[in-house]
Every structure is written in structure tokens, then in C-alpha cells.
Design a binder for this molecule. Structure first.
Ligand code: SF4
Length: 214
């Protein structure tokens, strides 16, 4: 049994699976798309935290399973909860515009949140909810293996890395997560409230484009 297979079984146990189909778990035999789809089935059935009670549906993630660039946000809002896709409301349109300005499309990148179910009234996620959901975003990153991750806002950065970074002090500086370059920047919802911060986000995205061109 390979190390990969052991790791995958361990993760599935962490996600609450007790009966494992060992024959179906050969990660090396499957592509990123298959692995993401299998994980999606697990996440869609998840009831690990109280947010499962108030969600309309799980918002798993969308985009290219082989993406070089991954955007990670905080949690679904009202529009995302209804449509089942991350970043589709006003903040989502702004993210789409940013992606277009980078001469990419949403289909070129992968977009997901650290929390997969909408917190009621768009409140901030609680610590235990972030902890319950963290294995999913980490597994998505592990499957996709992007070259660059852009974290959008404080919760995305802190939850992915499990470090208490202040976004104002690390924004625009390269960090690292499991050997992958991480560019922390502001959340598009913040940009809607503070349009003057758009130029800082654009400066961060220029660094990302330069890195991706290497
Ligand atoms: S937020 Fe995450 S951990 Fe909580 S129920 Fe939804 S998928 Fe499960």
C-alpha cells in the first residue's frame, strides 16, 4: 500500500468515513478532476458543524482542477448559498473582473472558500467551524497543487495556514503554504466598501502574474 493511499484513508477517516473501499482509493490511478469530484461527494454530505443546519446547499468550489492559480475566500454569502457556487454575488463579480484583468477566466483558475456552508446572516465564521471545515480546503489544495494561492481576506489566510497573521501587515507579501506560494490580499467584499484599496489589490495581482509567467 503506497504512502499516498495511507494518507487518503487517513483523510477519509478524518471526514467521518468508517467503511473504506480500498480498491477505489488508488489516487495515482485517478486525475485531479476525479479526486475533486470524490471529495465533493463527501463535503456535500457533511454535517460536521452547525452550519449544515442553516445552509441551502454546500458551496464546494469551481474551476480548473489543474489550475496554476487558486483563489481562496472566506465563506458563502446569500447568493452563493442559493446558487451553490463561490463568488457569484457583487463581490464575486468584482473577483471575476480582477481575474479578467489578469487576462484569465474563471475557468482557468480554481475558486473555493475555507468554509463551505453559509454562516447565518453572513456572520463571521466561528473558530470551531473553521477547524471542522479546514481539512476540505487543504485537501482541495493538495489535489490541485496550484503554483500560486491568492487568499482573500483574513479568515482565508488564517484558516488555511493556521497562523494568526494580520492581513494589514502581510498583504502583498509572499508567504508559503506546503511549498506553494501564497499571496494574501483583501477580500473583494472589502473592496466594495473601500474602493480606494483596489489599487493595492491590483499591485498584488501584478506580483502574482509575474510569478505565473516564470
Ligand atoms: S461548514 Fe464545512 S464542516 Fe461545517 S457542515 Fe459545512 S462542509 Fe461541514
Amino acid at each position: 500500500m503506497t504512502e499516498d493511499l495511507f494518507r487518503e484513508i487517513e483523510l477519509l477517516r478524518e471526514f467521518g468515513f468508517t467503511h473504506l473501499d480500498i480498491g477505489g482509493l488508488r489516487a495515482a490511478d485517478r486525475g485531479q478532476g476525479d479526486l475533486l469530484a470524490e471529495l465533493e461527494e463527501i463535503v456535500t454530505a457533511c454535517e460536521k458543524c452547525r452550519l449544515s443546519k442553516s445552509r441551502t446547499q454546500v458551496v464546494y468550489g469551481v474551476g480548473n482542477p489543474n489550475a496554476d492559480l487558486m483563489f481562496i475566500g472566506e465563506a458563502p454569502g446569500r447568493d452563493e448559498d442559493i446558487q451553490g457556487e463561490p463568488f457569484v454575488g457583487r463581490a464575486g463579480q468584482l473577483l471575476t473582473d480582477i481575474i479578467k484583468a489578469m487576462k484569465l477566466t474563471r475557468d482557468d483558475v480554481y475558486i473555493a472558500n475555507v468554509i463551505k456552508c453559509r454562516p447565518p446572516d453572513n456572520r463571521n465564521p466561528e473558530l470551531d467551524e473553521l477547524e471542522s471545515c479546514r481539512p476540505y480546503i487543504r485537501r482541495q489544495v493538495e489535489i490541485i497543487q496550484p503554483r500560486v494561492i491568492v487568499t482573500l481576506g483574513r479568515f482565508a489566510l488564517q484558516s488555511l495556514t493556521e497562523k494568526s497573521y494580520a492581513i494589514s501587515s502581510v498583504r502583498g507579501q509572499w508567504l508559503e503554504y506546503n511549498g506553494i506560494k501564497v499571496m494574501p490580499t483583501y477580500h473583494p467584499a472589502y473592496l466594495l466598501r473601500t474602493p480606494s484599496a483596489k489599487k493595492e489589490v491590483w499591485a498584488d495581482m501584478k506580483k502574482v502574474m509575474t510569478e505565473l509567467e516564470r
